[in-house]
Design a protein around this ligand. Structure first.
Ligand SMILES: Cc1cc2nc3c(=O)[nH]c(=O)nc-3n(C[C@H](O)[C@H](O)[C@H](O)COP(=O)(O)OP(=O)(O)OC[C@H]3O[C@@H](n4cnc5c(N)ncnc54)[C@H](O)[C@@H]3O)c2cc1C
Length: 415
């Protein structure tokens, strides 16, 4: 079975490694960019993604690039604690959570894919069209510097991100991603360690928020590398370009009153070398991913807000599920239909939950009930309600510890 993957992001490269592990080796990856530069800032891999990377045999290589947070803690805009929960193995999962630089993760997956497939990623190939042939195969058309190239395969997988060309071919009237009016600034900064040096924090409410998590251990000087995401509703542009750099100073100014006794937010933002601005955009859930023998995975299928840190993790799950079905179903059509049945309804539910701010709803509820802060959080949002919000999201995203620890493997050889 000849398979083409369009896009060498997290989803496409995870699919290449997964297909190979499932015994499907005639796989080629086509990427629009002329080089893979390993762009972006931090990304979180939740235990459900780390399980898949472990079963692919690549978790150690990836874990060496990042840091496993022990705790996720939520605060209001005054730095008062609302909710905190253990993460990864401390929360009872058999697999850790990992905070990692997206670019380093992408380069590591690229290296692993190229070693396993013995075929380099074909760079400088931008998908521009697809034709279904009478024999059931599909022909992809790519624009390159040397003109158009056509390639025919049994299956074409669209892993080409939030601006997916394959998705646009199937849904030509869809237009740009939808924007909720929040602007997000992402950066990496080197600051004094906060809390236990392994905690991911979120502070704020629905109008303004600051998220930070370590990307390194604490160094001898007491500092660590921290990824942050600052967001605020300030107007601006809905143009979703991952690489738009802006000056940190005015962003730090927006957070000037957010100096907590455990973290100095404006100082953290000011210390960043570079800040990337991005609108909080996502895509509506689709009624169908598979057309003929083409389908969608990752952000091409279900781009979602970063609330819940699930975009990269769900992309890896798509890749694994698709590889399993392609390797085990009797026909390609049945495999693609099983993949879509397993993943699309789940992602429709998760998209809706993420739009409703996912697990961060606890911060919104606290801000609504106590906009000026509180003496005791238990008087504002009872512990049982806080617990329920956290559990509801994990259930929707498929990573309650007992669900994940007990479900069968997605590796054909292990089943
Ligand atoms: C440059 C960049 C930086 C990012 N930074 C962050 C970050 O800091 N934090 C975070 O949480 N998420 C970030 N993301 C998004 C994150 O990678 C995804 O949300 C998630 O990992 C799902 O990955 P994906 O492979 O589906 O999409 P992506 O990672 O977006 O990968 C899609 C790939 O497809 C390629 N492509 C697009 N169109 C075509 C085409 N027509 N033909 C061929 N190839 C095509 C793109 O160049 C890209 O390599 C970033 C994405 C990009 C592209």
């Amino acid at each position: 079975m000849k398979i083409i993957i369009v896009g060498a992001g997290i989803a496409g490269l995870a699919a290449a490694v997964s297909l190979h592990e499932a015994g499907l080796t005639d796989v080629s990856v086509y990427e629009r960019s002329a080089t893979i530069r390993g762009l972006g800032v931090g990304i979180n891999l939740l235990p459900h993604a780390m399980r898949e990377l472990t079963e692919l045999g690549v978790a150690d290589a990836i874990a060496a690039l990042g840091v496993a947070p022990t705790t996720l803690a939520y605060f209001n805009r005054f730095g008062q604690a609302i909710w905190s929960e253990p993460r990864g193995v401390d929360a009872g999962y058999r697999w850790p959570q990992l905070s990692v630089h997206r670019g380093r993760l992408q380069l590591a997956l690229r290296d692993l894919a190229e070693v396993r497939l013995a075929d380099p990623v074909r760079l400088g190939h931008r998908l521009i069209g697809i034709t279904s042939n009478a024999d059931g195969t599909e022909t992809a058309r790519f624009a390159t510097d040397d003109g158009e190239v056509t390639v025919t395969a049994d299956v074409i997988i669209g892993a080409d991100g939030i601006h997916s060309a394959l998705r646009a071919l199937r849904y030509p009237a869809e237009g740009a991603p939808s924007w909720n009016g929040l602007t997000v600034w992402r950066g990496v900064t080197r600051i004094p360690a906060f809390l236990d040096g392994r905690t991911m924090i979120m502070a704020g409410d629905g109008e303004q928020k600051f998220v930070a998590y370590p990307l390194s251990d604490v160094a001898d000087d007491g500092r660590m590398l921290v990824n942050f995401i600052a967001e605020k509703r300030i107007g601006g542009s809905a143009d979703a370009d991952w690489n738009r750099a802006v000056d940190p100073a005015p962003i730090a100014e927006l957070f000037r009153e957010w100096s907590f006794d455990w973290l100095d937010v404006p100082a953290a933002i000011s210390a960043a070398d570079e800040i990337l601005e991005y609108p909080m955009v996502d895509r509506d859930a689709l009624p169908q991913w598979t057309f003929g023998r083409t389908t969608l995975i990752g952000d091409a299928a279900h781009a979602m807000y970063p609330n819940g840190s699930n975009g990269g993790s769900q992309a890896i799950l798509d890749a694994r599920m698709l590889a399993l079905h392609l390797a085990t179903a009797d026909t390609i059509d049945e495999a693609l239909s099983r993949y879509e049945d397993d993943r699309r309804p789940a992602m429709t539910t998760l998209l809706a939950g993420t739009r409703a701010t996912g697990p961060e709803r606890v911060m919104l509820v606290a801000a609504e009930r106590a906009p000026e802060g509180f003496e005791d959080i238990d008087d504002v949002v009872p512990a049982s309600e806080r617990e329920q919000i956290a559990a509801d999201y994990k259930k929707a995203a498929g990573f309650l510890p007992e669900m994940l620890n007990e479900r069968s493997s997605l590796s054909p050889v292990r089943r």
